[in-house]
Design a protein around this ligand. Sequence first.
Ligand code: ASP
Length: 347
Amino acid sequence: MKSSISVCVIASLLSIAPVWAEQPIALALHGGAGTISPENLTPAKQQQIEAALDEALQAGYRLLNHGGSAVDAVEATILVLEDSPLFNAGKGAVYSWDESHQLDASLMSGQGRQAGAVAGVQRVKNPIKAARAVMDDSPHVLLSGSGADTFAERQGLELVSNSYFDTEQRLQSLQRAKQKIIEQTKSLHQANWDKLPLQYRSGTVGAVALDRNGNLAAGTSTGGMTAKRFGRIGDSPIIGAGTFADNRSCAVSATGHGEYFIRYNVAADICARVEYQQVSAAVSANQVINKVLVDAGADGGVVVVDPQGNVASPFNSKGMYRASIDGAGRKIIAIWEEPLVNEAIRR
Ligand code: ASP
């Protein structure tokens, strides 16, 4: 009798045990590729960056660990990176040619392919929140310019003056970029931005997550590329190019030369290969970043997570700021090829 009661108790415990007890969670983020080289990163700066990556990782992972959604975790992770002046998004956004800032962001849920994005916003303090509001509270996917700022304001999001995004470091980058363009083209009127070496102009932040319900999400936020002009929009707010998520395949956030990422539909292509060719997300991401984009002459990288919690972060630039905790609880914070921190964590 006793044993049958305990069997019953165990059975009922099992039946009420949350489905997610077995479901892995995972989170991966990037803080941009392209601007970095070992020579221009001091140990002190490197430490600062690693600490910020870790803070962002913990912010998102904590939510996942408490049963929060992948979308919430991605947004929380990106918020930390947007508020840091160290990354090209939110507070640390690069300058456009005219010494102002225009910011882009997007967010996608792998459950039902819901998505929202903003492009060229100038007053929204946290563009990722505006992307979330477009997804949740509008019938649209992509809002741009002053209309997107107004929409964000009506949603009750915090607006700031454009000078909030000013930083000395980014101003110097703009001046260096303009100088380089002038040296190369001899005239500002013929200024050829496309000839500017990538290390003068990029960066971006993004995150991907898998939650306890098996849902994936991806998000990306950026100031774009230094010295951009004429309302240029990159890949970051373009669903399929810089951001993509589908529960049937994977979630991807990209960083790199946006024009190529748009033309090669990078984030969606990685997930399509997983779905149609039955390759792993790691293999697919590696093919696109280290073959397709290298052949095309494009720099950049991605972070990817699949429904099993496998994480990959291939890049073809010198480095990519990145951090992750995969479905097995393995944590990585890295900039160059080799992980700088690799520890198993207990959930
Ligand atoms: N992809 C971003 C853009 O083209 C820049 C970057 O990620 O470095 O705007």
